[in-house]
Structures are given as C-alpha cells and as structure tokens.
Design a protein around this ligand. Structure first.
Ligand code: SF4
Ligand code: MG
Length: 328
C-alpha cells in the first residue's frame, strides 16, 4: 500500500535553560494506506513529541530542527498556519489521552461535533446535526440524543472518550493519531474502546498512528510497530515478528515486563534502570547502561537502524552480528 504519511529524519529539540533536549532524534517511518502503525515506548521516549510534531503543535522552547513530514506527498513543515489548520481535523485528526484537552468545557458535545462538520465540510446545519447523532451512535453511545445535549463534565470518562473519538472521525480523516487512547480509562472500559477502534479501523479504512506504552493494545490493534527509546526508533517490524522474534534487547525487556501477555505477574521481569536523561545521553548505544548484552563496542559505537531481516529494522550491534551470522 502507498504511504499516506512519510516522516523522514525528524528531529525535534527543546531549548531549555539547562541545555538542548533532543526529544526526537532522526525518526523515520511510513504510515501506509489503511494500516495501523503502533509507536511504543516508555514515557520520555519521544513518542508524544513525534505526534505533536506531525500535528504542527510543537511550541517554544521546542522546535523541529530537521526532517520532513509528508502527507500525501506534501511537506507539512512548509505549510502556512492556515493550511495546516485545515489539514488538522479534516485530514489528520487526533485522539488524546485526556478528552478534556480536546473538548471545550463550555459547549455542548453535539455543538462541538457539528462545528467540526460545518468548518470542514459543505454540510448544512440540519445535515450536520443528523450526522452528529449518527456519529454518536457509531461510537456506541447508548442515548445519543442526551449526550448531544450534554456538557463534557456531565459525562463519564468512558463516554467522554467516545465523544472525542466521534469528533475525531467526524470528517473521515485519512490519518487518525491516537495518543494513549485507553490509558486514562478503567480496564473494563479500555476493552470497549479498543473494540470500538477495531471496528472503526475495519469500517472506515483510514490509517491509524497508535501511540502507546501498552503492548497489549499494540497486540490488539497494530499491523506494524516501531519501538522508541531515548528519542530514536530502536526496532521496527510487523506485529507478529515483534511478539515472536524481537531482536532488540529493549524490546525483549518490554515484552517480558508485560505480564498480561506473557505469564503471571510473579514472573514479571522489568528492565533494570531507567530512561536516560536526554541532557546526558550515554555514549555508544543509548541503551547500553541497561543492556544485559552490552560489550565494550556497545559503549563506544553508535548502532544505526539497519535492516536485519525482511521489513525488520533494529538499532543494535548484537542483532546485526546475529543477522550477519545467520545470513552467511
Ligand atoms: Fe545492547 Fe549493545 Fe545492542 Fe545496545 S547495541 S542494545 S548495548 S547489545
Ligand atoms: Mg505521552
């Protein structure tokens, strides 16, 4: 499938009083037509900054210092603010972790979704109202008429999340960015929202960029996955390969620390250490202080993101050596 979104060599830094924080450092990926690409990482890995860069929502002291973000071939970084505003919402929409950041507290839900339709489509007021009620039904809100009249604070967290999803899909965006779409929800509601997103993926056919720290959500929804660590992609492959034969030690550690997928909580084996302070990144491989396989090479050489198998990329000297040995 053709890529609808192409991110290449994206670097976004924050220029703070303490120094330059390279939050996103040379990130490249394609989002293809109709696919769901998961971007996985711990907080501080740069995954949210990547999505904010795509949405054109990086504010000072942050700045995109390098790279290209192409939507259907057009470089978003060269668009003026007005054109970007039109693309945002209509072509590229976003579901945030906390619906209250996306919903305006002083307007009724129905009015907000209608606004979206009136701004970005040629619908009349009556058509927009009809479409809004049908969207609320589509996200499985039990009494669409009463939610239509409600203010955001009058709804439960789960209902608010559905209303935000309804608003995000209102203009049938070709790219939906979902940043931790289920993290703020109760476990029971998480499952419902995941099922809802699955149905939407199947029925609407758009592409989804799914940002999460939760590999369970990735297993449910994603076709391909990029794993981020300390501002860089460290592994990228299809979702089956990720769970069956992860090659980067960081990915392996993440999988072991996801108990709901692999065994009981008493076998939980988390990764020692923590994400490095981006102001003081370790030399060599950024993961080496936490890596059980680190060698002297790892402490001095910077691994590149290289293809170690068909469609399988990893940024690891060991994975490269193994791939070379297997291929020779
Ligand atoms: Fe570990 Fe070395 Fe691979 Fe880095 S390059 S992940 S330190 S084995
Ligand atoms: Mg985040």
């Amino acid at each position: 499938a053709r890529p609808v979104l192409e991110v290449s060599g994206l670097s976004t830094s924050f220029f703070t009083d303490n120094g330059v924080v390279p939050s996103v450092d040379g990130v490249s990926f394609d989002l293809r037509e109709g696919e769901t690409l998961g971007i996985v990482g711990e907080s501080g890995s740069g995954k949210s900054v990547t999505t904010l860069s795509i949405m054109g929502l990086i504010e000072p002291p942050g700045r995109i210092v390098q790279g290209e973000i192409r939507f259907r071939g057009e470089n978003l970084l060269q668009l003026d603010a007005e054109r970007m505003r039109r693309i945002r919402g209509r072509d590229i929409a976003m579901i945030f972790q906390e619906p209250l950041t996306a919903l305006n507290p002083v307007f009724r839900i129905g009015r907000q979704i209608e606004e979206m339709l009136l701004t970005h489509t040629a619908m009349s007021k009556e058509e927009a109202k009809r479409e809004t009620l049908s969207l609320l039904k589509k996200v499985m809100i039990p009494r669409p008429e009463s939610v239509y009249e409600a203010y955001p604070h009058e709804l439960s967290g789960g209902m608010r999340q559905r209303a935000m999803i309804a608003m995000a899909i209102a203009c049938k965006p070709s790219v939906l960015i979902a940043d931790e779409p289920t993290t703020a929800l109760d476990v029971s509601i998480q499952a419902q929202v995941i099922r809802l997103m699955k149905d939407l993926i199947r029925s609407e056919g758009g592409s989804i960029l799914l940002i999460t720290h939760d590999l369970g959500v990735v297993a449910e929804l994603a076709d391909r996955v990029a794993v981020m660590y300390a501002g860089q992609i460290v592994e990228q492959c299809d979702v089956f390969t990720l769970f069956r034969s992860p090659k980067h030690p960081y990915t392996q550690g993440l999988l072991k620390s996801t108990p709901q997928l692999f065994g009981q909580p008493d076998t939980l084996e988390s990764i020692d250490g923590s994400v490095p302070n981006p102001l003081f990144l370790p030399p060599g491989c950024r993961f080496h202080p936490r890596c059980a396989y680190a060698t002297d090479d790892c402490r001095t050489k910077r691994p590149e993101l290289n293809e170690i198998g068909p469609g399988h990329l990893a940024r690891c000297l060991l994975a490269e050596r193994e791939a070379a040995a297997a291929g020779s």
